[in-house]
Design a protein around this ligand. Structure first.
Ligand code: SF4
Ligand code: SF4
Length: 86
């Protein structure tokens, strides 16, 4: 699996953390401009407390995606860019 930023038409931007791949480094939490990521109380199979989206407030900026060192751990869904017309 690879890290992804996916454009979705008409969708509300959101973040998905693949909990099994997160190593709990906290970089996404530290750098999210909206502060909408936090650690859960749970541990994944590797023994790391993993990050999760709070559920609202994501703008789809992709900062978390770019700062996450673990391939495939973060998927960002963002809105398709609107064309400017003529
Ligand atoms: S895409 Fe941006 S706003 Fe959304 S969770 Fe990631 S860093 Fe935060
Ligand atoms: S940056 Fe990646 S590995 Fe680090 S806590 Fe966030 S999702 Fe997990």
């Amino acid at each position: 699996m690879v890290d992804e930023i996916i454009e979705v038409e008409g969708a509300v931007p959101r973040l998905e953390v693949v909990s099994s791949l997160c190593k709990g480094c906290g970089l996404c939490i530290e750098h999210c401009p909206q502060q909408v990521i936090q650690f859960t109380d749970k541990f994944n199979d590797m023994g790391y407390k993993y990050a999760a989206y709070l559920g609202e407030g994501c703008t789809g900026c992709g900062v978390c995606f770019y700062c996450c060192p673990e391939p495939g751990a973060i998927i960002v869904y963002k809105k398709v860019k609107e064309s400017k017309g003529e």
